[in-house]
Design a protein around this ligand. Structure first.
Ligand SMILES: Cc1ncc(COP(=O)(O)O)c(C=O)c1O
Length: 375
């Protein structure tokens, strides 16, 4: 059936990071986390309407954006957040780095890995030591290793950074896991930064995303939770993010770090995110239907190599048995642009972005089948 989600749209010539990397070569890009689906009409219409005014000057945060965001948190997660807890940012990654800059130089941070690669730069950017603790694979699913985190904890450790849902392993942490994490945070007097940008993208209907500061309010004052609409609605080039920080002192420290470094959010980015947060249409459910179909098809090719995916459109595939010296070159030689696990902190894995129209996925899966069977 022809739907906007299986319409193939040429992106060449749009300066797309995803597509330009392999420009002029027969390599299909399944790497960076944006989707090859058109953004929804209601977002594009909001942008068109704003462009009827010819001046795109510096903009203030519209109150309507915060209201839309508050309504979205209630609608999806039944979480009522007062306006003053919300800090607007030009992206989630700036928020991660700002959080670390609230620390003193003799303090340290802890980060479970593999993880979205900008996390691995946070310590160095902020001038603090970082302790990496591997996730462990239990019955095909990646879990935080709280025992190991306890062992590795230093006196200096003050802050833990996670992504939930997790990128690249696609986990949406269960309540039991969040409870164990919350206990670890509280017992050791730590702060928690949770990057929840993929919160709407639940692929496994049995899984559930839960904002830790809401479901475990006893640690809310120790948390910074980062959200954005940009993944769900495929507008990552119009980045705009919100930090939810219940504790007033932590919020003030966080905001103080942005001075002179972090730019404001542009007017088009505001408009687009506000339209997304106000969305009550069937966009998310249609998107999830398409992503689930794509994931089922990916299983037929990469099944046993993939760890259990609950969320995101990013599959984590084990290629250890292929014994590859140069992972990128191998997959490129089969016409595939993938993300190399090494950049997330775990070698011999690849991340495969399956958020694309069926025709592109068909061709990608043919190539993937070949690449996994021929070395
Ligand atoms: C876990 C995670 N956080 C943050 C980002 C990027 O966020 P932003 O563009 O708002 O900085 C991504 C993009 O792939 C991501 O996967």
């Amino acid at each position: 059936m022809a739907t906007p989600l299986n319409q193939l749209i040429q992106r060449q010539g749009t300066q797309s990071t995803k597509w330009e990397k392999y420009g002029g070569r027969d390599i299909l890009p399944f790497w960076v986390a944006d989707m090859d689906f058109a953004s929804p009409d209601f977002v594009l219409q909001a942008l068109h309407q704003r462009l009827e005014h010819p001046i795109l000057g510096y903009s203030q945060q519209p109150d309507s954006l915060t209201k839309a965001f508050q309504g979205w948190l209630v609608h999806h997660f039944s979480w009522q957040v007062p306006e003053e807890w919300v800090v607007w940012l030009p992206g989630v990654v700036p928020g991660l780095n700002m959080a670390a800059r609230t620390l003193a130089n003799d303090q340290s941070i802890m980060i479970p890995t593999p993880v979205y690669y900008p996390f691995l730069e946070i310590g160095q950017n902020a001038g603090v030591e970082q302790i990496l603790t591997p996730l462990k694979l239990v019955n095909g699913r990646w879990e935080m290793d709280i025992d190991y985190m306890c062992q590795q904890l230093a006196k200096s450790t003050k802050m833990v950074f996670i992504a939930n849902p997790q990128n690249p392993t696609g986990r949406a942490y269960s309540l039991a896991e969040l409870c164990a994490l919350a206990e670890f945070i509280e017992t050791n007097d730590l702060l928690l930064v949770s990057d929840d940008i993929h919160c709407n993208l639940i692929i496994d209907p049995a899984a559930k995303y839960q904002p830790i500061a809401h479901v475990l309010p006893e640690i809310a004052n120790r948390t910074i939770t980062l959200f954005a609409a940009t993944k769900t609605y495929n507008i990552p080039g119009l980045s705009c993010a919100a930090a939810v920080i219940p504790d007033a002192q932590l919020r003030a420290r966080f905001q103080a770090t942005e001075k002179g470094l972090v730019s404001g959010v542009g007017p088009l980015n505001h408009i687009a995110s506000e339209a997304c947060f106000n969305d009550r249409s069937d966009w998310v459910s249609n998107l999830l239907t398409q992503l689930r179909t794509n994931y089922e098809r990916l299983i037929t090719v990469a099944g046993p190599r993939m760890s259990l995916l609950e969320a995101t459109y990013l599959a984590w595939i084990d290629v250890r048995d292929l014994g590859l010296n140069d992972i990128d070159a191998h997959f490129e030689s089969h016409g595939l642009g993938i993300s190399n696990g090494k950049q997330f902190g775990l070698e011999d894995h690849i991340r495969f972005n399956f958020a694309c129209p069926e025709a592109m996925l068909d061709e990608g899966l043919t190539r993937l089948r070949e690449s996994l069977s021929h070395v």
